[in-house]
Ligand binder design. Structure first.
Ligand code: ATP
Ligand code: MG
Length: 140
């Protein structure tokens, strides 16, 4: 088992419904620790850059609009196999396919407004952490 860091976002649908604490509690109960956290309003530029990998997808414009529709909480999480563990706790992208007890099954509104983001690989985790945090903001 490897101690890893991953990047997480509590998305606008969750902050709007006052579910930040509920989402973070699920992450902590799942064995992850919050090493950095801040509530921000993402700019259009930031959201476009963050989701640049999905630029050609039909939902890109809507996704950027959704991610800038309200505050988000960006976080660095650490734990054993944190990248895979986080995605397990989050559940499938589409809440209708998410396993019982996962954040998306419990809280997501739909496939877009699905309450959380989690990095999908070590490279993207490192890039995404750097996109929002400087080293001195991450405190273990
Ligand atoms: P994330 O990257 O946010 O952790 P993910 O890795 O489960 O989610 P991706 O395929 O990377 O899923 O999609 C990124 C985000 O784009 C999704 O979380 C969701 O908000 C949105 N999205 C994905 N598929 C669709 C779709 N078919 N229609 C609308 N929005 C979508
Ligand atoms: Mg993804």
């Amino acid at each position: 088992m490897a101690l890893e860091r991953t990047f997480s976002i509590v998305k606008p649908d969750a902050t709007r419904r006052n579910l930040t604490g509920a989402v973070v509690a699920k992450l902590e109960e799942g064995g992850l620790r919050v090493f950095a956290s801040k509530r921000i309003q993402m700019t259009k530029d930031q959201a476009e850059g963050f989701y640049a990998v999905h630029k050609e997808r039909p939902f890109y414009g809507e996704l950027v609009a959704f991610m800038t529709s309200g505050p988000v909480v960006v976080q660095v999480l650490e734990g054993e196999n944190a990248i895979a563990r986080n995605r397990e706790i989050m559940g499938a992208t589409n809440p209708e396919e998410a396993a019982e007890g996962t954040i998306r099954k419990l809280y997501a509104e739909n496939i877009e407004a699905n309450s959380v983001h989690g990095s999908d690989a070590p490279e993207t985790a490192a890039e995404e952490i750097k996109y929002f945090f400087s080293d001195d903001e991450i405190v273990g």
